[in-house]
Write a protein that binds this ligand. Structure first.
Ligand SMILES: Nc1nc2c(ncn2[C@@H]2O[C@H](COP(=O)(O)OP(=O)(O)OP(=O)(O)O)[C@@H](O)[C@H]2O)c(=O)[nH]1
Ligand SMILES: [Mg+2]
Length: 316
């Protein structure tokens, strides 16, 4: 590195409606999987940090839970944590699913989820106005969308006055992501790096392990299990032979959900366990023995210790 390029380091928060692609973008910018991704809305439950390097800049990305109108306690805690992620950041990226916007503006097949997404985008714009906070608008999911149509969406949103600029990207294909990364790199304040150069994530490994299992759980039983489950790592032991023994409990709210997760002859749980174990051993770079239990805990979503485990405020 030359003396003409001082190191920079700071935080860039990615906010947006549920399912906009925030975690996909975070992983793409980091170049590694640090945050789980599913087709379900409200996958991310607490801010997840990922570290991206761009030349002499270090960008600590803060992937946040989706922002929407919350009703339950867990929703409130998630939305609150998303906004606080933005408050502390050096740059804020508002990620918008352009396909949902177009569907609702009558140019596609609008579903309830799209309508909600459009409402949530307005809520976020109002929030940014209230916070007197300029954000970077990133229109996501431009893959498969015609250019003139997305430009129209960009213009309408830009006219709200809360954005300093607009990027059009596809977090899934990577299109446009480099330009966004370079922009963020330049916005980071001068200063020493906050993480070692080769570190990509800073989630405690027990929590990351629980997240991976939750992702596989959603992948497998996403229709039957709306938000009813949470995963806790109860044991994490390094063994002398170099392998790791991990025990996790999946908590659900009802007996029926437990039966669904276990599946006929335990097949579903077995699938979830082996998918999670495979990814965990890749991530930890060693052999993993994973043991999953499923328990009914009717009110897990109203219990304080579950929130503490995720770093969320209980009393909001
Ligand atoms: N076509 C397309 N799909 C995308 C793109 N980015 C993300 N997706 C998909 O959108 C869905 C949601 O992605 P996530 O990254 O989990 O979205 P999120 O904003 O983190 O969602 P929450 O954590 O629930 O708020 C997944 O099925 C992704 O594969 C994109 O650029 N194009
Ligand atoms: Mg997410």
């Amino acid at each position: 590195m030359t003396s003409s390029s001082p190191t920079r380091a700071g935080f860039a928060a990615i906010i947006g409606a549920p399912n906009a692609g925030k975690s996909t973008l975070t992983n793409r910018l980091v170049g590694a999987k640090v945050s789980i991704v599913t087709r379900k809305v409200q996958t991310t439950r607490f801010p997840v940090r990922g570290v991206a390097m761009a030349g002499s800049s270090q960008i600590v990305l803060v992937d946040t839970p989706g922002i929407f109108t919350p009703r339950r306690r867990l929703d409130r805690a998630m939305v609150r944590s998303a906004w606080s992620g933005a408050e502390d950041a050096d740059a804020v990226v508002h990620l918008v699913d352009v396909q949902a916007q177009l569907a609702v503006s009558g140019e596609g097949k609008a579903e309830g989820a799209d309508k909600k997404a459009v409402q949530d985008v307005h809520t976020i714009i109002e929030g940014l106005k209230g916070a007197k906070r300029q954000a970077i608008l990133a229109l996501n999911k431009i893959d498969g969308v015609k250019r003139d149509r997305m430009l129209a969406v960009a213009q309408t949103l830009f006219d709200t006055g809360v954005y300093s600029e607009v990027f059009m990207i596809s977090a899934a294909t990577g299109a446009g992501v480099e330009d966004l990364r370079d922009k963020l790199a330049g916005l980071m304040p001068e200063g020493p790096w906050l993480y070692p150069e080769d570190q990509t994530a800073d989630l405690p490994v027990r929590l990351l392990a629980a997240e991976l299992t939750r992702e596989k759980l959603y992948l497998r039983v996403h229709e039957e299990l709306p938000y009813a489950a949470t995963v806790e790592t109860t044991a994490f032991e390094e063994r002398r032979d170099g392998s790791v023994r991990i025990e996790q409990t999946i908590f659900v709210e009802r007996d029926g959900q437990r039966a669904i997760i276990i599946g006929e002859n335990g097949q579903t749980l077995k699938w979830i366990g082996s998918a999670s174990r495979e990814e965990l051993s890749e991530l930890l770079d060693r052999k993993v023995h994973l043991f999953l239990h499923v328990k009914v805990r009717e009110n897990w979503a109203d219990e304080r210790d579950i929130y503490q485990g995720m770093g969320l405020d209980f009393d909001v």
